[in-house]
Design a protein around this ligand. Structure first.
Ligand code: ADP
Ligand code: MG
Length: 295
């Protein structure tokens, strides 16, 4: 006999979570499925069991059906999490992009890029064009496609990223941020060129490109042609070195055209009503004869 002091509870009760030793099978099953993180099976098993009984499906097929449902749902949850982690300012897809509105953009190239193979090759994308031509929309769409294909994505503006880097440096956590930025499979840097950068800002941004070079894909959107990038980064040598890395394996999307915002708002604006439209009985002057007529 063991000399250990007897307790009231069986020894197993101390190691087993509550619920495993008592309760109906349904309660036990719910508990175990929660612990195994199988929420879809938990939600569906009863309904699918009734279906299986009706259809005369055997146990293996029943189990397979449940497991498949869990897998489909899990994939959906993972994609949703990736989208949240990407911090897109809005979720946009190519489905809502009107390629006709921007003839300078190579539609085939964009569709090919949406397949995300460039991410496996660590290629970069640069979208260049004036304001309102859909650069951010394209960046967001390619980011969304990458999330759906299973890649980690981070979306930021150039100014926002520089701010983040400076803050991290001041708080002595720059290395951690740099490591995170290098690890992400697709980094989208929007709006490079709107704000000129400080020397430190330019250097920190340069380091990001440098660390990602041939390790991960970066999408940059800019309203400035390459010749003017020096005005953003300040130093010519730094800009040269940056462009060298960024453009080594690159797909350039040329997006110069009319501003979509502007065209849309002009199209939506109704023609200004004439006096005759407002007052149908008003006098109308015939522009040719100068005759005054009534409508
Ligand atoms: P940019 O980043 O080039 O300044 P945006 O991508 O922000 O332009 O586009 C401005 C707005 O117009 C956004 O709401 C965007 O979704 C929309 N937009 C721009 N181009 C298109 C297009 N070709 N088809 C559909 N929507 C577009
Ligand atoms: Mg934009």
């Amino acid at each position: 006999m063991s000399g250990a002091k007897k307790t009231d509870k069986p020894a197993a009760a101390e190691t087993m979570p509550a619920g495993t030793t008592s309760g109906t099978p349904q309660i036990l099953l719910a508990h175990h499925l929660k612990q195994l993180k199988l929420p879809t099976i938990l939600r569906e098993y009863d309904k699918v069991a009734r279906e299986a009984a009706r259809e005369g499906i055997d146990h293996t097929a029943y189990l397979l059906r449940l497991v498949e449902l869990e897998l489909i749902d899990r994939e959906r949850r993972v994609v949703e999490r990736r989208i949240r982690q990407a911090r897109f300012p809005a979720v946009k897809s190519l489905d809502t992009f009107d390629f006709v509105a921007i003839p300078s953009l190579n539609k085939m190239m964009v569709l090919e890029l949406a397949r995300c193979e460039y991410i496996l090759r660590h290629d970069n994308i640069i979208a260049l064009g004036n304001s309102g031509t859909g650069k951010t929309h394209i960046g967001l769409s390619l980011g969304l496609a990458a999330c759906q294909k299973g890649f980690s994505v981070a979306f930021t503006t150039a100014a926002g990223l520089v701010h983040q880097l400076m803050e991290a440096r001041d708080e002595r956590r720059l290395l951690k941020l740099q490591r995170d930025l290098t690890a992400v499979k697709l980094l989208i840097i929007d709006e490079l060129g709107y704000v000129p950068l400080s020397t430190t800002g330019a250097e920190l941004l340069f380091e990001v490109f440098s660390q990602r070079y041939e390790r991960g894909s970066t999408i940059v959107t800019s309203n400035l042609p390459f010749e003017e990038w020096t005005s953003v980064f300040g130093a010519e040598r730094l800009t040269g070195a940056l462009l060298d890395r960024l453009t080594h394996h690159v797909h350039i999307l040329s997006m110069n055209g009319e501003s979509y915002r502007l065209t849309q708002s002009v199209r939506q604006r109704k023609p200004v009503p004439t006096e005759a439209d407002v007052r149908p009985d008003a006098e109308v002057v015939d522009p040719e004869t100068g005759e005054i007529t009534r409508r």
